[in-house]
Design a binder for this molecule. Structure first.
Ligand code: DCP
Ligand code: MG
Ligand code: MN
Length: 344
């Protein structure tokens, strides 16, 4: 949610906020989580914490979430109406190349900037000259497909194909459409499906879905590629590409296999959005609990009662709730939020 919408007539810092928002968007596009978050917080602070126009570095630094560096930038904007750092980023000739590479499925900042520094300037360059993994080749060949969004009806059609094959194998399996679709979005970037079966272990679920249903879906021509598959002790994810018989475009499709006792936690996770998830997890940790895609746990403190430090290994804690989304909200002491309202 952008803060630039704050009323430019009543907000004396609207012009400054607009430039900061552009810088924030730039860092978000660069997948620089740390800086984009810092800018987002600074913007929120400038929106809410003052009614005066902030001009000097000293005044800016008095506001929460605004440190020395950001305060200097606010001063620069107030005096010059622009930000050199943003101008530089904009005029960087390879910036748009980097942005393009970052949109290839599975490609992160490290890989994208390595390609730029190796001299590649286009997707054609990469295909012709770079040493690509099979997944990268798929991501580039279907660059436009994977970056296109699809209407709700198409998400439903993909889910129906999976459901039909799954139910032919075993009609007691359950399948739920998650992600942006469940949040009510008009369009989705991919198809996110949770698959579970009552009173069934994750390894049994995995056997049916990964060893039987997925191969059947490949054989029928619906599934086109496996892009990532991970199996941990309790959860299994499968990422790939699918295509409807009547369509040309390949779509990204994700399966999350979960055992019934973890269904609620998995649903919260897979409904998102990612920022809502982060705020729920933060809330849990503030209450001495831990929320992940398997459940809500308490007693995650160390034996001596001190909170655990970063990366310190502690026991899993005691499961408070996992199977039921509503019980997890209850145990966290927050009012139920329907999926449509889970955007931060
Ligand atoms: N998720 C998360 N953190 C991530 C990735 C995903 O918490 N790094 C969760 C929240 C997402 C959900 O998984 O909402 C599904 O991930 P998607 O990437 O498919 O995102 P959405 O479905 O929300 O949006 P889109 O329509 O772009 O697919
Ligand atoms: Mg999605
Ligand atoms: Mn997804």
């Amino acid at each position: 949610q952008k803060h630039t919408s704050s009323d430019s007539l009543t907000n004396p810092n609207a012009a400054t906020i607009a430039v900061l928002q552009e810088m924030c968007d730039h860092y978000a596009a660069m997948r620089d989580e740390w800086r984009s978050t810092a800018y987002r917080r600074a913007i929120a602070s400038l929106c809410k914490e003052t009614t005066a126009r902030v001009v000097t570095k000293e005044d800016a630094q008095k506001l929460p979430f605004i440190g020395e560096r950001l305060a200097e930038k606010i001063e620069e904007i107030a005096f010059t109406n622009r930000l050199r750092r943003l101008d530089n980023a904009r005029s960087e000739p390879n910036d748009h190349v980097l942005q393009t590479f970052l949109k290839i499925y599975g490609v992160g900042f490290a890989q994208a900037s390595r390609w730029v520094s190796q001299g590649y300037r286009s997707l054609e360059d990469l295909l012709a000259k770079a040493n690509l993994s099979e997944n990268q080749k798929v991501g580039i060949a279907h660059f436009d497909d994977f970056n296109a969004r699809m209407p709700r009806s198409e998400v439903e059609e993909h889910a129906a194909v999976v459901r039909e094959v799954l139910h032919r194998v075993d009609a007691t399996f359950q399948i739920y459409i998650m992600g942006s679709y469940r949040r009510g979005a008009e369009s989705s970037g991919d198809i996110d499906l949770i698959i579970t079966r009552p009173s069934t272990s994750i390894s049994q679920i995995r056997t049916v879905v990964i060893d039987t249903v997925v191969p059947k879906l490949f054989k029928s021509g619906f599934l086109k590629a496996t892009l990532a598959a991970t199996s941990r002790a309790n959860g299994t994810t499968w990422h790939g590409a699918s295509c409807l018989p009547t369509a040309k475009r390949w779509r990204r499709i994700d399966f999350l296999l979960v055992p019934e006792p973890e269904l609620g936690a998995a649903m919260i996770y897979f409904t998102g959005n990612d920022i809502f998830n982060r705020s729920m997890r933060l809330l849990a940790s503030k209450k001495g609990m831990r929320l992940n895609q398997r459940g809500l746990y308490k007693d995650v403190m160390r034996g001596d009662g001190r909170p655990r430090s970063r990366g310190e290994r502690v026991s899993e804690g005691t499961l408070v709730a996992g199977a039921d989304e509503k019980k997890i909200f209850e145990a966290l002491g927050v009012p139920w939020r329907p999926p449509h309202h889970r955007i931060c």
